[in-house]
Design a protein around this ligand. Structure first.
Ligand SMILES: Cc1cc2nc3c(=O)[nH]c(=O)nc-3n(C[C@H](O)[C@H](O)[C@H](O)COP(=O)(O)OP(=O)(O)OC[C@H]3O[C@@H](n4cnc5c(N)ncnc54)[C@H](O)[C@@H]3O)c2cc1C
Length: 431
């Protein structure tokens, strides 16, 4: 983890703790009895739960470059997901601890704490916030099976209602409200930016200049900027929103795609595999039609190729960041270290970028490319790695591909003594 990432994580921790630090003098320390201790813990859990919820919303803001403070957008989404889950658990504990705190007095007192008369508006708003949270979080944690991504996104908008209700619950009850206003503005501001402002302010228009078929169900789009081009680094990705009116699906929907061109290339390229309705429709997007591009995001190669020798393992469509990296090496002499790329594919037919990558390797001493075909060799193993890259244990490792492949490789390399901090992975799935 780099210094910037530590700084980003530190800022998040401070933001989460801020309301509690301000409230602590008023809360004092828990008393001696179990009831007093539970009452205190319940309040602390509530404060921490809500501040985590607001910070979770704030980090959904998605501004190019800011994600790198947190190790890239994919890491930021993992933090978002964990914080959201943590907030939910803390809010449950908040409710339960406050009810149990008065249980020694009587059962009625405990029930009345949970369900007070309707005139206690602030408390009922808290329940409504909790209900909204259950509805939008349940599909995220696969409670009802996997939801269609776009439907899940629309449902997730309920988080804005949950935040407003939770703030209306806490502000009348809190002594110091400054921190809540601050975090509330950050959380709700992030949602307003994402949903209302960024579709207009953060996207750049490009035109589809080429659609090159690479294999069955895989094309590479070549996109030309209509205005100022976007600057990016190898391994980063963009959100692509096609506007082609003839598309059978996905028109106006944003989807993340890795940039497969090298920084500075006149065309922005993205290799796109048919994995669902929108990516299927993109296989035949009209040449000359407009797409909106937002980004770049991600920090896969950690800002620059490391001086340390690298091992790249790309599987299936997960080869795209390495195609961008190899094209960067070919065009701009982008690395000081040597790179060994293993291209993992089912067979030669599915290794759609292999010929170009081999040509780059022939022209450039710094990169070597080896294909690994699952149908011929079975799963990647240590003997194969040793045979083609004897010093793989010493290298900085980058893996991108389907989750099963990434897990297998991570375990394989870990068992050979490659430290986890030196293994960088990207899976094309934010859920
Ligand atoms: C960082 C990143 C880089 C990617 N790079 C590439 C690439 O270079 N080439 C490529 O072919 N694919 C890439 N993908 C995957 C690509 O985004 C999905 O295949 C595409 O969004 C599927 O949409 P669909 O409507 O066709 O399929 P659906 O059936 O709607 O979705 C299939 C799966 O794709 C994911 N997905 C769908 N929409 C989104 C979205 N808006 N945001 C995040 N995930 C979504 C979900 O996990 C979903 O379950 C990348 C994904 C990520 C997260």
């Amino acid at each position: 983890m780099g210094r910037t990432t530590r700084l980003g994580d530190g800022l998040l921790i401070i933001a989460i703790l801020l309301p509690l630090l301000i409230a602590l003098p008023r809360l004092g320390w828990p008393g001696d009895t179990l009831g007093a201790w539970l009452g205190w813990s319940g309040r602390v859990a509530g404060i921490l739960g809500l501040s985590m919820m607001l910070v979770t919303a704030a980090i959904s803001i998605r501004i190019p470059g800011v994600d790198r403070w947190f190790g890239g957008l994919d890491r930021l989404w993992r933090i978002h997901r964990r914080l959201g889950f943590g907030a939910f658990i803390l809010i449950m504990l908040h409710v339960l601890a406050l009810a149990f705190a008065v249980l020694p007095v009587s059962l009625q007192a405990a029930v009345a704490t949970l369900f007070p008369p309707l005139s206690h508006t602030a408390l009922w708003l808290g329940w409504l916030a909790w209900l909204a949270m259950v509805v939008f979080l349940a599909p995220t944690f696969d409670f009802f099976g996997r939801l269609h991504y776009q439907r899940w996104k629309r449902l997730h908008l309920l988080s804005a209602a949950a935040l407003v209700l939770a703030l209306l619950h806490v502000i009348p009850l809190a002594g110091e409200t400054g921190a809540w206003w601050l975090l509330g503005a950050a959380g709700l501001g992030a949602i307003v930016w994402r949903k209302l402002v960024s579709p207009w302010a953060a996207r750049r228009p490009y035109r589809v200049e080429s659609v090159t078929p690479l294999a069955r169900g895989v094309v590479e789009l070549g996109l030309r900027p209509e205005q100022r081009e976007m600057t990016y680094e190898a391994g980063q990705f963009v959100y692509l929103t096609p506007l082609d009116e003839t598309l059978s699906a996905g028109r106006g929907e944003e989807h993340p795609y890795t940039i497969s061109s090298a920084p500075g290339d006149p065309l922005l390229r993205a290799g796109i595999k048919d994995l669902g309705d929108a990516s299927h429709a993109l296989q035949s997007v009209a040449i000359g039609s407009r797409v909106m591009i937002e980004g770049p995001y991600g920090d896969f190669f950690r800002r620059r190729f490391p001086e340390r020798d690298a091992l790249w393992l790309g599987g299936g469509i997960g080869i795209t960041p390495f195609v961008g990296g190899a094209r960067d090496i070919a065009g701009h002499d982008a690395t000081d270290g040597r790179v060994q790329l293993f291209y993992l594919a089912n067979d030669g037919e599915r290794a759609y970028y292999l010929d170009e990558l081999k040509q780059i390797a022939l022209d450039n001493q710094r990169i070597a490319v080896t294909a690994h075909f699952f149908r011929r060799e079975g799963p990647m193993n240590v003997a194969f790695l040793h045979a083609h890259c004897p010093d793989f244990v010493e290298r900085e490792v980058y893996i991108c591909g389907p989750p099963g492949m990434v897990d297998h490789l991570r375990r394989l390399l870990g068992a050979q003594g490659v430290p986890a901090a030196r293994i960088h992975c990207e899976v094309f799935d934010f859920l």
